[in-house]
Design a protein. Structure first.
Length: 381
């Protein structure tokens, strides 16, 4: 997604530029969010493709870049082909964390091919275990349940989305998922996986054994920084970039899930694994590569769907901050503000739409804010 956004921005800024995109995946760029949402609700697969090839971009698919020569300005792929570059963008994203069992019954849900596999399996009357209560786990459990499948979720924390939501909302989501028919085991992590009689036996830290046919792992990703490391670039929770999205090596840029950038509104370095950042930062990197760079100041938003509930969010959603909830209907519709030292650091817009820019503006205000003054500040549009 980042590479597609960058390629288009280069093309727009410099119509004569030669733009090439090398991807390890066999498919041209596509949107990932529908893989765990819209496609399970009847949206057509044709809607995911980004049409990069129509933007005058030379696509080299199914090729993994194995080395960068930052001095000679070439990259080499796994077929041994070398390509020279003037400017290079690393938009290598991330790789799902793996489990300690090698079997085709585990799906690490990241790609279109992963979606196709899981979708085919969801047509069969199989029992699915979903590991993890974060973004991918909650979305995939909802998708499988919507498809009528038998789903058990294993979540080591005591709630869903516990790393971003305040505890009461995280617990309310557990009840909500159970109402939707998901068997939810909170406070139980994974102790082991054993293949037995065609099933995978999931052993929990609570001492239980859960036999399932398919395991979907939603354990987060690790940024793909190996190329950057090998090329000697500065890497620290992702590839470190400056305000023009340049890495520590000349003419090499990085953006998207893999990039560690500074956000001036929050005053911190961050690495964001979300679509808005992929699109906006990708385009900003493309402009910078074409010589039209500007300071990257965008504060990205993110979103997710959980059965009939949905949200958009901006900033630092850290439940360790003080949280101020302004519910119109408890845990169904409202806004949660995350405060630190009197400043709003993050805003969760729960089934509340059209307020992302207002939330950004609030985060940019110096404050100090108190709970009473925040209530009613961002009503649903
Ligand atoms: C199922 C799913 C649902 C999501 N839903 C949401 C959502 O609802 N809201 C939201 O905000 N975000 C969502 N996201 C996150 C969003 O999709 C990512 O932030 C976005 O895809 C990041 O784009 P990227 O291009 O930086 O990285 P990626 O999408 O990971 O792309 C990186 C690409 O680089 C390729 N690559 C890596 N290394 C090499 C190499 N050495 N050589 C060649 N190619 C290489 C990879 O094969 C891959 O094609 C979702 C993600 C997934 C997986």
């Amino acid at each position: 997604m980042t590479a597609d956004a960058a390629a288009r921005a280069i093309r727009a800024a410099d119509p004569g530029a030669a733009v090439g995109l090398i991807s390890a995946e066999p498919h041209p760029p596509y949107a990932r969010p529908p893989l765990s949402k819209g496609l399970w609700k009847g949206d057509p697969e044709s809607g995911i493709w980004r049409g990069t090839e129509t933007a005058g971009v030379d696509l080299r698919l199914g090729r993994r870049v194995t080395a960068i020569d930052a001095t000679g300005k070439t990259v080499t792929d796994n077929r041994g082909d070398a390509v020279a570059y003037g400017k290079l963008l690393l938009a290598t994203g991330g790789t799902p964390r793996r489990l300690p069992l090698d079997t085709g019954q585990i799906i690490y849900f990241r790609t279109y091919d992963d979606y196709r596999r899981l979708r085919a399996l969801a047509n069969e009357r199989l029992r699915f275990a979903v590991l993890g209560g974060g973004f991918i786990g909650t979305e995939i459990a909802a998708a499988l349940r919507t498809a009528g499948r038998d789903v058990v979720m294993l979540v080591p924390e005591d709630g869903l989305g516990a790393r971003v939501f305040p505890a009461d909302l995280s617990h309310a989501l557990v009840d909500y998922y159970r109402e939707q028919g998901v068997e939810l085991r909170t406070g139980e992590g994974l102790a082991g996986l054993t293949p037995r009689g065609g099933k995978v036996i999931v052993q929990t830290t609570g001492g239980r054994e859960v036999p399932v046919d398919v395991v979907v792992a939603g354990l987060g990703i690790q940024p793909n920084v190996d190329l950057a490391e090998q090329a000697g670039l500065r890497v620290e929770n992702g590839v470190v970039v400056d305000e023009l999205l340049r890495t520590s090596a000349p003419d090499i840029f990085a953006a998207g899930d893999v990039a560690n950038f500074f956000n001036p509104t929050l005053g911190i370095r961050m690495r964001v694994e979300h679509e808005d950042n992929a699109n906006t930062m990708g385009a900003a990197a493309g402009r910078a590569m074409a010589g039209q760079g500007a300071q990257y100041t965008h504060l990205p938003f993110f979103y997710s769907d959980l059965f009939a509930l949905g949200y958009e969010a901006v900033g630092e959603l850290d439940p360790r901050h003080e949280t101020v909830a302004d519910w119109k209907e408890p845990f169904r519709e409202g806004v949660v503000y995350y405060l630190k030292d009197g400043r709003v650091r993050g805003v969760l817009l729960w089934n509340t739409w059209g307020q992302v820019d207002a939330a950004r503006a609030l985060i940019a205000e110096p404050g100090p804010w108190r709970a009473g003054r925040l209530k009613g500040r961002l009503p649903a549009a």
